[in-house]
Ligand binder design. Structure first.
Ligand SMILES: O=C(O)CCC(=O)C(=O)O
Ligand SMILES: [Fe+2]
Length: 282
């Protein structure tokens, strides 16, 4: 298939049932998906320039195969970008920062849409999963699903119980990712979640992943670090979204050619930015 993810070094495109095995506990994830990423021309608040090394080239189905897919995804991405930018300002205020604090770190953001299909899985087969337990990599994600009330997405709560988020028509479930956790020194945790479609019906979902510029060094913000709340272990060294995403994808995509470590997890020296400025010596 011409849109298969095996054509993409950056994990764009189509992946078939069992292509991933996110938590390595099952025989693979019973889902298929089609992923596309940020398109600068859709983003009125984006920069014209983005460093070539972090661009994720989209692969689209041809017009003869599916002419409505690309325009529908583009329209959806433009709407999600606008909503997410508003949410970043709400989150900045919640963190006692200037509401535009994050703006300069989202000038060529991660803006991935993954169209997902989960066939019903056997209700009594513990070895079967729709998507294994994981946290998301990025800043925040919002998910819509069809049917809106199918109880398949599960979230691990603070007491270690799997719960189903409240589901209402015309709403999104919003999830915090690892980059948010790092920025806040784990005050805002990234949500562990999984999908088990034991509903007996097909489930379709449309997550939108929103992340900082991929070459931005992510460190915990000073207002979340104090003698009472010391920096979490492992957070001393900053990390870029580029590095974290590549490492996680290589682990989950055991059939992809990068599974044997063909792409760099870290950006080459001198290409990491802090507040949008290239920093030497990283
Ligand atoms: O299908 C869903 O609701 C969740 C998808 C998800 O967690 C992911 O793609 O990271
Ligand atoms: Fe996820």
């Amino acid at each position: 298939m011409k849109v298969h993810q095996s054509l993409s070094p950056t994990y764009m495109g189509y992946e078939e049932l069992y292509y991933t095995n996110v938590n390595r506990l099952s025989k693979g994830d019973l889902k298929e998906s089609m992923t596309t990423g940020y398109e600068p021309d859709l983003d009125p608040e984006g920069a014209e320039y983005q460093p070539e090394i972090i661009i994720r080239e989209n692969i689209w189905p041809s017009d003869t195969d599916c002419s409505s897919f690309k325009p529908a995804m583009r329209e959806y991405r433009a709407a999600c970008l606008s909503l997410m930018r508003k949410l970043t300002r709400v989150m900045a205020r919640a963190m006692s920062l200037d509401e535009h604090y994050f703006d300069k770190k989202f000038t060529y953001p991660v803006a991935g849409i993954r169209g997902m299909h989960y066939p019903p899985q056997p209700p009594d087969d513990e070895g079967s999963t729709g998507l294994g337990a994981h946290t998301d990599v990025q800043f925040m994600k919002m998910i819509s699903q069809d049917p809106f009330d199918v109880k398949s997405l599960e979230v691990l709560n603070a007491t270690g119980r799997w719960i189903t988020p409240r589901l209402e028509p015309q709403t999104f479930v919003v999830n915090l990712g690892d980059i948010m956790a790092r920025l806040t020194n784990d005050v805002y945790l990234s949500t562990v979640h999984r999908v088990r479609n034991r509903s007996g019906q097909e489930r379709y979902s449309l997550p939108f992943f929103f992340g900082l510029n991929n070459d931005e060094l992510i460190s915990s913000l000073p207002n979340f670090v104090s003698p009472k709340t010391p920096l979490r272990e492992g957070y001393e060294r900053g990390m870029t979204g580029y590095e974290h995403y590549n490492r996680r994808m290589q682990r989950a995509h055991h059939k992809h050619f990068t599974a044997v470590d063909k792409i760099e997890t870290a950006l080459p020296k001198g290409l990491t930015k802090v507040d949008g400025v290239v920093v030497d010596g990283l």
